[in-house]
Design a protein around this ligand. Sequence first.
Ligand code: BJW
Ligand code: ZN
Length: 269
Amino acid sequence: MILDKLKQLFGAEVEYQEIVVDPLLYEKLAQANHIVALTGAGISAESGISTFRGEEGLWKKFKPQELANLKAFMNNPSRVSDWYRHRRDIIDNVKPNPGHNALVKMESEFKHVTVITQNVDGLHQRAGSTNVIELHGNIYRNYCINCGKRYDFDQLPKKKGIPICEECGGYIRPDVVWFGESLPPAAFNEAERSAASADVMFSIGTSAAVYPAAGLPRTAKAHNAYLVEINPEHTDISLIADDTVREPSGVALPNILHQYQEWKNSSEN
Ligand code: BJW
Ligand code: ZN
């Protein structure tokens, strides 16, 4: 019965499982004007996209210093371009999971929901979230490092190797933020404003190892937000969170939202 309702609300793959949370969360959610979700690679793991860190993470197979910075790209542009093309192919063939879908559903349950994501896969937008801040860019967008001309993914040649700008012959790179590069200022400023005005912040599927994104939960706490971490593993955020849920986000988020709805119905009756 509960499972049928969950499936109806969040999609066929959702699993019913009671999630143990401090009931204070329901009160905080009921009173909240602004709910913010900071997401990382873990929210897309159940869609089949590898995380960066951890046993199965991308950085076990590929060294970040050889791929995710401008120097690596300039040293070996074909290798870096092929790696991004390979990752885009994977992303093209997966779909959002119940964790993404639950964040979409929150938009109809609460007044103001902001998703701040470190992910470059665009899955929040594909799921239907309408207020998404991308801190580390998007793997589908590209630009020429020489003249800045922008290219969508489908404008790039399908063949392997470095794509070349049709205007000036420069290298075309993915519009993602590599180590040592600044985050898009408008996106980061908006993320800081959102964190500072959050009444409830969920930190979901991020190792919180990469700054400045990892500082946002601290900003939220400093402004009195109720902070909940959803991550099967311990992170630095666990130390400051008001509550931690050690479950995959695709299980935790739909069930927490469902439990909140039940709590609200029972407290209204
Ligand atoms: C699940 C799950 C499931 C699994 N459900 N959970 C302050 C202190 C120290 C260092 C710095 C600092 N400020 C800046 C720095 C330097 C640097 C940095 O932070 N380095 C640290 C590594 C030490 N930061 C930067 O360089 C940033 N730029 C910057 O600060 O600019 C100013 C500046 C300019 C010039 C000079 C100096 C400074 C830029 C950072 C860019 C990060 N880029 C990447 C690659 C993007 C492109 C691409 O995709 O290829 O972004 S790195 C990679 O890490 C990617 C991610 O967005 C980011 C964060 O990773 P995330 O999302 O947390 O994933 P994981 O894999 O780490 O964790 C997954 C989690 O999910 C795990 O905890 C699992 O347990 C969990 N999980 N399954 C829920 N089902
Ligand atoms: Zn160009």
